[in-house]
Design a protein around this ligand. Structure first.
Ligand code: CA
Ligand code: CA
Length: 100
């Protein structure tokens, strides 16, 4: 995503938001858009709603979605390696060379 000033940001999307509207809707009551979308594919191989990526859509995927009910995307400020600003450790380009 891009913020108001055009800066790129990387968001961690919540597991269970299968309709990609930015909110996991899986409360088991009246707000179930994501649960309903998963139910359509139960006992099928549908990677878009197979939340645990085990090759089939089943009760486990529904439980995962319910566990993440109301979750929203979070902007990442650290990479998976713990580096700030998603720095991966690779330096490329002339800007990275020491000044002489
Ligand atoms: Ca959703
Ligand atoms: Ca699954």
């Amino acid at each position: 995503m891009y913020d108001t000033y055009g800066q790129a940001a990387i968001d961690a999307w919540p597991v269970g938001d299968v309709n990609r509207d930015g909110l996991v809707e899986a409360d088991g009551g009246t707000n179930n858009a994501d649960l309903d979308a998963i139910l359509v594919y139960v006992n099928q191989a549908e990677p878009r709603v197979d939340l645990d990526i085990d090759g089939s859509v089943d009760i486990t995927d529904l439980v995962i979605a319910q566990g993440n009910d109301a979750a929203t995307p979070t902007t990442l400020t650290y990479s998976g390696l713990g580096n700030p600003f998603l720095f991966t450790g690779r330096l490329t380009g002339k800007a990275c060379l020491p000044k002489t």
